[in-house]
Design a protein around this ligand. Structure first.
Ligand code: SF4
Length: 454
């Protein structure tokens, strides 16, 4: 699974480009294919590049960007190919000026919207759904000459997830979709306000998390003040639960929860509900299983030891789209610790199972190294359906869990036992109600009707 993007915006008392660079660095886990920064000083200035943040920019690129306001973006593509034309921020020119936009999320009805806009004379230069949002804003901006009104109108047309930061000429605006599917939060540093995908980007600059951008909120960000409006009054939230369990950094706070606590408590709940008698050790699948495994070990009193080591110089498993690349990366990534494996009954804890390819390979490797038994415990419930809101997961056909029992999946990955946390157990561990989260990939109850699902 891969997150689609991370975004950042800053309105500072000094040049914003270096701070945005550091913010993007701290959001690197949200997208590794390209990065971009746009600032405003008399006009919008932009630099973008392919690869990780330090590969995408050099010092001169950052120094060349003038202006105290700006936005940044790191990207992993789920819509539009992995190429520089599709990288963000996107800039759209219109009669009154320029708009630069950075988006995290996915628009479900992008195709009909694109067709309508093309019929109205809008010309698209990318295969990216974010460009459709930018053109919609521009369309309504020309009609209303009011940024807030144009966003309100556009949001009526948009179905999907969108956390957005944008420069509309010199105005810096942040928007979160009415269901708050993707995260977005506000922080303050000694230089001014920022809005970012995760609080870790505020920590990195020595700032303080103020609050989340509310679902359906539009915020104009100035150096010393925030102006807030609502797209519509709503108390309905559909935050992606996977942000807490896997995608976001463990040390990020989002929607009033510290992800570390979520993962630790889910691990404890797994230990309470699904202990393994006489296990020699509890091990994580690194890195994403670590906090869950610590919780499991604490709850069951089983010794926490690592049985797998990660090659830290290999990027995330799915760093590049394309199956050949993914398979090579998995083989390069993990190796067993012989003394903690040979003859041992191991509880192996991971955050999730998507296709089951990695889990199968890990269990095979550990058994070949002499593990006596592997009992697999999983920190998220079975994924039975795809994501339509910006997570590159898999098609239904590729997922391992649909229409199978836990026992069948356990047999398929060759585990001696397999237990997933149940939805209610996970919510209980996170002290949350069902109404707070999108759980679409677990139970097909998506925040919006998805025509292909029907
Ligand atoms: S479908 Fe799953 S991955 Fe997608 S937003 Fe909802 S909970 Fe998150």
């Amino acid at each position: 699974m891969e997150e689609e993007c991370g975004i950042a915006a800053a309105a500072f008392s000094e040049n914003a480009s270096t701070s945005l660079y550091y913010s993007l660095y701290s959001l690197q886990h949200r997208g590794q294919e390209s990065a971009g920064i746009a600032t405003y000083s008399n006009q919008i200035q932009i630099t973008k590049g392919m690869g990780l943040v330090p590969e995408a920019f050099d010092r001169e690129d950052i120094d060349r960007l003038e202006g105290n306001k700006g936005i940044g973006h790191v990207r992993y593509s789920t819509s539009g190919k992995s190429k520089i034309e599709n990288s963000q921020p996107l800039v759209v020119r219109y009669s009154e000026g320029n708009l630069a936009l950075a988006h995290n999320g996915h628009i479900v009805n992008s195709e009909p919207l694109r067709e309508e806009l093309e019929q109205d004379g809008h010309v698209f230069t990318t295969g990216n759904d974010s460009e459709i949002i930018a053109h919609l804003f521009v369309k309504y901006l020309i009609d209303t000459l009011d940024i807030f009104e144009s966003i309100k109108k556009a949001s009526k047309d948009l179905i999907g997830s969108y956390s957005i930061v944008m420069l509309v000429e010199d105005k810096l605006i942040a928007v979160r979709d009415p269901k708050g599917i993707k995260p977005l939060c506000i922080g303050k540093t000694e230089n001014g306000y920022m809005v970012v995908s995760e609080s870790i980007a505020i920590d990195t600059l020595g700032g303080e998390l103020i609050r989340d951008v509310k679902p359906g909120e539009i915020v104009e960000i100035k150096q010393d003040e925030l102006n807030s409006r609502k797209i519509q009054e709503t108390n309905e939230h559909s935050h992606c639960f996977f942000e807490h369990i896997y995608f976001a950094r463990t040390d990020s706070f989002m929607d009033n929860r510290l992800n570390y606590d979520c993962r630790l408590n889910v691990g404890k709940k797994l230990g309470e509900k699904y202990p393994v008698e006489d296990a020699d050790l509890v091990s994580p699948v690194p890195d994403s299983g670590i906090t869950f495994a610590i919780g499991y070990a604490e709850e069951t009193g089983t010794r926490y030891l690592e049985s797998l080591m990660k090659n830290r110089y290999v990027g995330r498993t799915f760093i590049m789209p394309g199956q050949d690349m993914r398979e090579n990366a998995v083989r390069l990534k993990l190796n067993g610790v012989k003394s903690n494996v040979e003859g041992k009954k191991i509880v192996l804890v991971d955050d999730s199972i998507v296709r089951g390819i990695t889990s199968t390979r890990i269990i095979k490797m550990l058994k070949e190294m002499g593990a006596e038994e592997i009992h697999f415990r999983v920190g998220s419930p079975p994924i039975i359906a795809p994501c339509y809101f910006g997570i590159d997961m898999a098609t239904r056909k590729e997922l391992i869990a649909p229409n199978k029992t836990e026992e069948q999946i356990g047999n398929e990955i060759n585990a001696d036992s397999l237990k997933y946390i149940k939805i209610d157990e996970m919510l209980d561990a996170m002290d949350a109600g069902r109404q707070e989260f999108c759980l679409g990939c677990l139970n097909t109850n998506y925040p919006y009707n998805i025509p292909s699902e029907e």
